[in-house]
Design a protein around this ligand. Structure first.
Ligand code: SAM
Length: 336
């Protein structure tokens, strides 16, 4: 018998899990891994077998979608092996990946073979020098080629851009040109002060400002969220002087227009800690339970269910929060 979907006390159905494969990353984005950040010892990181076990448990709770993220997932040795294990052990699970694209060369074919057809690639600048300034690495052309390789193999690509005023706002026309020419979703994400990255009001470029500026360059038509598989993004189709664009523009506004009432996600850190809300530092340690002979899968399932029931409304936490940060850990340590 299929178990009932997991819901929280507010009636939200949770059917989406983000699983961080590693807290390590091969880039040093200025807003994310400030100062490099400590990384966890290997013994504290879930083994691939444990990740698959968690994915199977999640699937038994009607989690339909699993996003693998990090850190940088492709930076963990053997990551393609995890993808194969998931394809074998969790048929029907909609697996997606968020990556910085630096290690993607040659991978898109395998992804398609494994039924992984959707990928989010982070690319904060179309200018090689700015890319290097932001990430600490001269890898713009590698990522740009990876985007093309994914599109050539038929993957659906979402391009994530952290919106940073004074850093990449002048590139809005170039980003729109790209979305006009290529069938991809360009998504600007509002910068969130997390971990050691400080709130920098002068860098805050809100989604309303982005949409207003974009609307002066191309015609924007809002797309209904439900029909668009857009997650938290508000999407727009684009029409320029030459006609309709191949891609779309999206904005994700965790700070200015929260989407907590429709939040359907859980996060698992690479050390196997469950977070039910990005903005809550409360974590439930699943890995010791999974590894314990006394507890095991039944206890893990019970903890996931109970924790999900109490899933908070992030915007309420932010309202009550004192201090400049939205949460204590950087995105790389949680799983972005
Ligand atoms: N390494 C992969 C990547 O670059 O996409 C996955 C992990 S990364 C932490 C996931 C996403 O979180 C990236 O798009 C990144 O730009 C975003 N991110 C990290 N810190 C952020 C912050 N403080 N505010 C908004 N987005 C952030």
């Amino acid at each position: 018998m299929t178990p009932p979907p997991i819901t929280d006390d507010l009636g939200r159905t949770v059917n989406y899990m983000r699983l961080s494969v590693t807290d390590r990353c091969n880039l040093r984005c200025s807003y994310c891994r400030v100062g490099g950040g400590p990384v966890l010892p290997h013994k504290d990181i879930m083994r691939y077998e444990e990740m698959v076990e968690l994915a199977k448990l999640a699937q038994s709770l009607n989690i339909a979608k699993l996003r693998l993220t990090g850190g940088e997932p492709f930076a963990r040795p053997g990551f393609p092996k995890l993808l194969e294990m998931l394809a074998q052990s969790c048929p029907g699970l909609d697996v997606r990946i968020t990556t910085n694209g630096t290690l993607l060369k040659g991978m898109p074919r395998l992804l398609m073979e494994l039924g992984i057809t959707r990928i989010n690639i982070s690319l904060d600048s179309l200018n090689p020098d700015t890319f290097k300034d932001i990430t600490g690495h001269d890898l713009f052309h590698t990522v740009r080629a990876a985007v093309d390789e994914c599109l050539e193999h038929g993957l659906k690509v979402k391009l994530n851009v952290v919106a940073l005023k004074g850093v990449n706002d002048s590139e809005l026309p170039a980003f729109l040109d790209l979305a006009m020419a290529q069938p991809l979703d360009l998504r600007f994400i509002e910068f969130m002060p997390m971990g050691q990255s400080q709130r920098q009001d002068e860098q805050y470029w809100s989604s309303d400002q982005i949409v207003a500026s974009a609307g002066k360059l191309v015609d924007l038509t809002p797309i209904d969220r439900k029909s668009a598989d857009s997650g938290p993004a508000q999407l727009f189709s684009l029409t320029g002087p030459q006609g309709p664009g191949k891609g779309r523009l999206g904005v994700i506004s965790p700070l200015s227009h929260h989407f907590c009432s429709t939040c359907n996600r859980l996060r698992i850190t690479s050390s196997g800690r469950l977070r039910t809300c990005l903005f809550s530092d409360r974590e439930y340690r699943l890995l010791p339970l999974l590894r314990s002979p006394q507890h095991g899968p039944e206890t893990v399932l019970r903890v996931i269910r109970l924790a999900t029931q109490k899933k908070p409304l992030g915007y309420q936490l932010l309202r009550d929060k004192i201090g400049p940060r939205v949460c204590a850990k950087a995105m790389s340590a949680i799983g972005g």
